[in-house]
Design a protein around this ligand. Structure first.
Ligand code: CDP
Length: 221
C-alpha cells in the first residue's frame, strides 16, 4: 500500500460535511469521495428495480452488477450508477427516507467499504460519511467529526433544498433528519459514532468559510 494522505470527515446529516469536504479537497489537491452518495445510489437502484431491501439474494445480485463511477463535469462531481447520471435523483426525499435502511445491511456496507478502501490505497483522499474514521480509514492521518444542533442542521438542509427549487416543510425535514440520525447511530454495523481519535467540531455557530479555514489550517500545519 502506498503512503497516501487520508482525511476522514464524519458526522450526522446536514452538518455541512460534503460542502466543506468538496472545497477542502480541491485546496488540498486530493480526491473527494462522497460515501453517502454511494449508499444513496444503491438505495436508488434498489427502488428503481423494485428489489425489496430485505431480499438479500436480490440485493446481493444488485451489488454484483453495480457500477459506480464519480466523474468531474464542468467542475461538478457527478455520480454514474450503471451508466446513468444519478447525481440529482439520489437527493430525492424518497431516497433520503430509505437510505438508512439500506445502509444498515451488512452486505451493502461490505461492498461499499471495499470500494472505498481500494480508492484510498492508490490516491490521496478526503472522504466524508458516517464510518470513515472508525471503519473505512481507521489509520487516517486526520479525522474530524463535524456536528451542529439539530435545528441548525435542518435549517441548512432546508435552505439547500429551497435553492434547488424543492419545497419542503422545515419541521418535517427536522423530524426526517432526527429519524435518520437515530437509525444511523443505532445500527449494529459501523454505526455513526465519533472515532476516539477524531476531533469534534461543532459548527452550529460557525460560517461555512470558518469551518473550511479551521480544517485547512489543522491539516496544512
Ligand atoms: O448528506 P446527508 O448528510 O444527508 O447524508 P449522506 O452523507 O448523503 O448519507 C446518506 C446516508 O447514507 C446516511 O444517512 C447513512 O445512512 C448512509 N451512510 C453510511 O451509512 N455510511 C457512510 N459512510 C455514508 C453514508
Amino acid at each position: 500500500m502506498k503512503n497516501t494522505l487520508q482525511i476522514a470527515i464524519d458526522g450526522p446529516a446536514g452538518a455541512g460535511k460534503s460542502s466543506v469536504a468538496k472545497v477542502l479537497a480541491k485546496r488540498l489537491n486530493c480526491i473527494y469521495l462522497d460515501t453517502g452518495a454511494m449508499y444513496r445510489a444503491v438505495t436508488w437502484l434498489a427502488m428503481q428495480q423494485q428489489v425489496p431491501f430485505d431480499d438479500l439474494t436480490g440485493m446481493d445480485q444488485l451489488l454484483k452488477n453495480l457500477q459506480l463511477e464519480f466523474r468531474e463535469e464542468d467542475g461538478v462531481q457527478h455520480l454514474y450508477c450503471n451508466g446513468m447520471d444519478v447525481t440529482e435523483a439520489i437527493r430525492s426525499t424518497e431516497v433520503s427516507a430509505n437510505v438508512s435502511a439500506v445502509a444498515m445491511i451488512p452486505l451493502v456496507r461490505e461492498a461499499m467499504v471495499a470500494q472505498q478502501q481500494k480508492i484510498a490505497a492508490d490516491c490521496d483522499v478526503l472522504m466524508d460519511g458516517r464510518d470513515i474514521g472508525t471503519t473505512v480509514l481507521p489509520d487516517a492521518r486526520y479525522k474530524f467529526f463535524l456536528t451542529a444542533s439539530l435545528e441548525e442542521r435542518a435549517r441548512r438542509r432546508y435552505l439547500e433544498l429551497q435553492q434547488k427549487g424543492v419545497s419542503v416543510d422545515l419541521e418535517q425535514l427536522q423530524r426526517d433528519i432526527a429519524l435518520r440520525d437515530q437509525k444511523d447511530s443505532q445500527r449494529e454495523v459501523s454505526p455513526l459514532v465519533q472515532a476516539p481519535d477524531a476531533e469534534l467540531i461543532d459548527t452550529s455557530h460557525m460560517t461555512f468559510d470558518e469551518v473550511v479555514e479551521k480544517l485547512f489550517h489543522k491539516i496544512a500545519k
